[in-house]
Ligand binder design. Structure first.
Ligand code: CUA
Length: 333
């Protein structure tokens, strides 16, 4: 008999588990169970396939278990030992063969899908993007379009995106749960994968390999748009951003003096993202909403936003200089 205290303990654990697990909700765009891409759909099919197969196994085992419990329970006056089957070759063969069959049934779709997904899309029906993982941000370079950006990967709906994945420092892992596919980012090695989005939307991406203090904040977004909107974005990205006002021009000077060493988009030894079109972004450092307040917060104390980041503190500017720098950056569109 479970004591009243024991009962309460169980209830408390269940309640806490409910609270903690419900925290997994809300981030719909991170949901593998609601895919919007071909790879994600295939992965969900495999999850369902193995889940229902295992449910069948569970049902059979539990049924036998309950039957045995009832049939052979100890009863008053009846004291019979059930027949002992230890060492039965027939039974040993049966429960060796059944798992082999189950695994074979699972292997067929798994291998088929693996080959499907390993088939890289043809050049004429895809766009190619070079992805580079850095501690703790992502760079996206569009082949043949002269576009380099960070933290936000814009893609046209319905088109396959061929990703060539590079790593600059340590191991990372590129993962967009709702679109599917997860690929290791390994310095010195080029991995490839493709993804697509079947409907427009913003899909959250994550680094899925522990890579240091800022790992949990190494987020990015995949922004899927209809072809026409994507074309508009491309055109905007290709247009050079020019500082307009006096304050922006002042900000440009401060940028040249203080930031260009790390943020020069043309430098192959670049250690910070290209900020050429910073004004078009929707986040700061990939995690904060894109506004002036957050930009100042990031500039003044980057490690309070993203632990372990290589970005140094820009806390020595006069308030006026800071305003000009922020004005310049926010207007680089
Ligand atoms: Cu990069 Cu974790």
């Amino acid at each position: 008999m479970v004591s009243r205290q024991g009962m309460w303990r169980v209830l408390t654990v269940l309640l806490l588990a409910t609270l903690v697990l419900s925290g997994c909700q809300g981030h719909d765009s991170l949901n593998v169970l609601d895919p919007s891409g071909s790879a994600g759909q295939k992965q969900l099919d495999l999850i369902k396939w193995s889940f229902f197969l295992m449910c069948g196994v569970f049902a059979v085992v539990i049924t036998i278990f309950i039957y045995v419990l009832i049939r052979f329970r100890k009863r008053k006056g009846i004291d019979v030992m059930p027949e002992q089957t230890h060492g039965s070759n027939t039974l040993e063969i049966i429960w060796t063969v059944i798992p082999i069959i189950l695994l074979a049934v699972l292997a067929v779709p798994t291998v088929t899908y693996t080959f499907d997904l390993a088939d890289m899309p043809r050049e004429e029906d895809s766009i190619k993007v070079k992805v580079t993982g850095y501690q703790y941000w992502w760079e996206f370079q569009y082949e043949g379009m002269n576009i380099k950006t960070a933290q936000e990967l814009h893609i046209p709906v319905g088109k396959k995106v061929h990703l060539e994945i590079h790593g600059k420092d340590v191991l990372h892992s590129f993962w967009v749960p709702a679109l599917g596919g997860k690929m290791d980012v390994i310095p010195g090695r080029v991995n490839t994968m493709w993804l697509d989005a079947k409907k427009p939307g913003v899909y959250q991406g994550k680094c899925a390999e522990l890579c240091g203090a800022g790992h949990a904040l190494m987020d990015f977004k995949v922004i899927a748009e209809e072809q026409a909107d994507f074309d508009k974005w491309v055109a905007q990205m290709q247009k050079p951003a020019v500082a307009q006002t006096t304050s922006q021009k002042e900000g440009e000077k401060i940028f040249m003096q203080n930031c260009l060493g790390c943020h020069a988009g043309t430098n192959p030894r670049i250690i910070g993202p290209d900020l050429n079109k910073f004004g078009t972004r929707t986040t700061i450092a990939g995690i904060l909403p894109h506004d002036e307040q957050n930009l100042k917060k990031w500039l003044k104390d980057p490690t309070s936003v993203k632990p372990g980041t290589l970005m140094p503190k820009i806390d020595y500017l006069e308030p006026k200089e800071m305003d000009a720098l922020v004005d310049y950056l926010m207007n680089r569109k």
